[in-house]
Design a protein around this ligand. Structure first.
Ligand SMILES: [Mg+2]
Ligand SMILES: [Zn+2]
Length: 239
């Protein structure tokens, strides 16, 4: 096997790096009725718009920035995942990229709580910021008024992770010897389809990505399945 001196590890965030879904979790913790409302509206309103709207509803009823940050800090995050990435980072030849449909504030709040704020070279996600009143203002990564992605693999409106990964690779030439993609969701299928035979997808069991891999096929990369973060740690240490 050729020496891998330039390796890229790409992480989806919800249910991949973290053991929960940020957008849903904060409302399950702080306002279950708003969480229920999201379930009712999710087929009618684009997801990022729906989260932004629900954040405004939460703000109107007095839910604070501190409460949301606390909910994020206590969100399930497996200690083995933390160990796995810290060990790999310490080994030195790996670049980390985060590709997530969550948002910049949710992700950075959790990474800081785990002392992982310097892990990723880039975090490609929906932009968010706190305003002075404590409202978290969230926008789509791809503005609805501008050009949309042109992907035909079946990516949802807003982000195509496949196009985002290609753009990252073009920004950071030369090409990596090996890409490892850790993901679980249906929208992780498009970037994984673009991986090469020397690349590996670490696909979480029983979720949307696995279903698409089994049903649609067409992958050139190697596939390794995992359930718990300890298995990702095991795979990383065997590389
Ligand atoms: Mg996910
Ligand atoms: Zn796509």
């Amino acid at each position: 096997m050729p020496k891998v001196d330039r390796q890229l590890v790409v992480y989806d965030f919800d249910w991949s790096m973290a053991d929960q879904d940020t957008d849903r979790w904060i409302f399950e913790v702080l306002a279950p009725d708003l969480r229920r409302n999201m379930k009712k509206l999710k087929d009618k309103i684009q997801w990022t718009d729906l989260v932004a709207q629900t954040l405004r509803d939460a703000h109107k009823r007095g839910i604070t920035r501190e409460q949301i940050e606390h909910a994020l800090r206590i969100m399930p995050f497996h200690p083995a995942m933390e160990r796995a990435v810290k060990h790999l980072q310490a080994a030195g030849n790996t670049t980390f990229l985060c590709l997530s449909n969550s948002n910049s504030v949710f992700i950075s709040t959790i990474l800081e709580a785990k002392n992982l704020q310097n892990l990723f070279k880039e975090i490609i996600t929906n932009p968010a910021e706190w305003d002075e009143s404590g409202l978290l203002k969230l926008r789509r990564k791809i503005d609805l008024d501008g050009p949309q992605h042109s992907c035909t693999v079946g990516c949802n409106p807003n982000m195509c992770k496949g196009e985002e990964l290609e753009a990252f690779l073009n920004r950071h030439a030369p090409r990596y010897n090996r890409i490892i993609y850790v993901g679980d969701g249906t929208n992780d299928f498009c970037p994984v389809l673009r991986l090469r035979s020397q690349d590996i997808v670490l696909c979480r069991n029983h979720r949307g990505l696995q279903k698409r891999i089994v049903k649609e096929g067409g992958l050139q990369c190697q596939v390794k399945y995992w359930g718990g973060a300890w298995e990702v740690e095991e795979i990383f240490s065997s590389l």
